[in-house]
Design a protein around this ligand. Structure first.
Ligand code: DGL
Length: 273
C-alpha cells in the first residue's frame, strides 16, 4: 500500500530540507518527524544516534511510510549505513531510507575548481568522517577540510542566531576552517540547521567562496531517485497531505518551526516510550 514519504530530523533543521523537497515534489504526502525531545544529536555517541534514529524510522514505517529521508547530517553520518545494512533487510524490499550526505557529495566535484572543499558540521558529523569518505568515493583528488561548529545548533535552537552574540561563534569557526587552507573555494553547510545562519556566515566568508546549502540539492536528487526507482515511486502516496510530529511540545515546535520552514504549521505530539 502506498504511504507518505517520511522526513526525519533530530528537531527543526530538517524543515530547511523539507521545504525544498515539498516545493520540488508537492504532489506527494509527507510526514515530518522531529525528535525535539532528544535534540541535539550532534554531540551524542554513535550508539545513541543510531538507536534514536532507528527508533524514529521504525515509527515512520509504522505510520505507513515506505521511503524515509534522514534530513539530518548527524543521523545520515552515524546511523544511515547501519540501518541500511543491518535493519532494512528485515523489512523487505519495499522499504528505503536515504540520507542527505550522499546527494551533496555527489555534486561537489562539479562545483569546486580549486579541488579544496570545506565542511562545516556538527561534532558527530565531523568525527564520523562521512563527508571525507563520501567525497573521496566520487572525487578522490578533492581535499576536504572539516570544522565542527558545536555552538551553532544551540544558538539556533535558542533563537539567538540573529543576535550579536552569534557573530563571535560564526566568525570563530569560519576562521578556524579557512586557516586550514587558503585555497578552499566551496564550503558545504553540512548541518540542516545552518541555513538559518547563512546571512552571518556570508559576512565572514570571503565573497568568491561558494556556500552550499543542502535543501535544493537533496530535493533534486530525490526527484531523480523517484524517477529512477518506479518500484518505490508507486509506494509514495500522492494526495498532497502534510503531517508534522514532534516528540516534544507541539506549541513550542509550531512557534519555532516557522523560522525553518517559512510557513505556519500545526504539529502533533508523538509520545516516545
Ligand atoms: N540538523 C542536524 C544535522 O543536520 C543536527 C542537529 C543536531 O545536532 O541535532 O546534522
Amino acid at each position: 500500500m502506498p504511504g507518505p514519504i517520511g522526513v526525519f530530523d533530530s528537531g527543526y533543521g530538517g524543515l530547511t530540507v523539507f521545504r525544498e523537497i515539498e516545493a520540488r515534489l508537492p504532489q506527494y504526502d509527507y510526514i515530518y518527524f522531529g525528535d525535539n525531545a532528544r535534540a541535539p544529536y550532534g554531540p551524542r555517541s554513535f550508539d545513541t544516534i543510531y538507536k534514536y534514529t532507528l527508533e524514529c524510522v521504525r515509527h515512520l514505517f509504522d505510520m505507513g511510510c515506505r521511503l524515509v529521508i534522514l534530513a539530518c547530517n548527524t543521523a545520515s553520518a552515524k546511523a544511515l549505513r547501519t540501518i541500511q545494512q543491518h535493519d532494512l533487510p528485515g523489512y523487505g524490499p519495499g522499504y528505503r531510507v536515504l540520507g542527505v550526505i550522499r546527494p551533496t557529495t555527489e555534486m561537489i566535484g562539479r562545483i569546486t575548481r580549486s579541488r579544496q572543499v570545506g565542511v562545516l558540521a556538527t561534532v558527530g558529523t565531523v568525527q564520523s568522517e562521512s563527508y571525507v569518505l563520501e567525497i573521496h568515493k566520487f572525487f578522490p583528488e578533492v581535499q576536504v577540510f572539516q570544522q565542527a561548529c558545536p555552538m551553532w545548533v544551540p544558538l539556533i535552537e535558542n533563537n539567538e542566531h540573529s543576535g550579536p552574540g552569534a557573530d563571535y561563534f560564526v566568525e570563530k569557526y569560519i576562521c578556524e576552517l579557512l586557516e586550514q587552507s587558503e585555497r578552499i573555494d566551496t564550503i558545504i553547510l553540512g548541518c540542516t540547521h545552518y541555513p538559518l545562519l547563512l546571512e552571518k556566515i556570508r559576512r565572514y566568508v570571503p565573497q568568491p567562496i561558494r556556500l552550499l546549502a543542502q535543501g535544493e540539492v537533496v530535493a533534486e536528487r530525490l526527484a531523480d531517485y523517484l524517477e529512477r526507482h518506479p518500484e518505490m515511486e508507486i509506494l509514495c502516496r500522492k494526495e498532497a497531505q502534510r503531517t508534522f510530529f514532534t516528540t516534544e511540545t507541539p506549541e513550542v515546535f509550531d512557534a519555532n518551526a516557522r523560522l525553518f520552514y517559512g510557513k505556519d504549521i500545526r504539529s502533533r505530539h508523538f509520545e516516545l516510550k
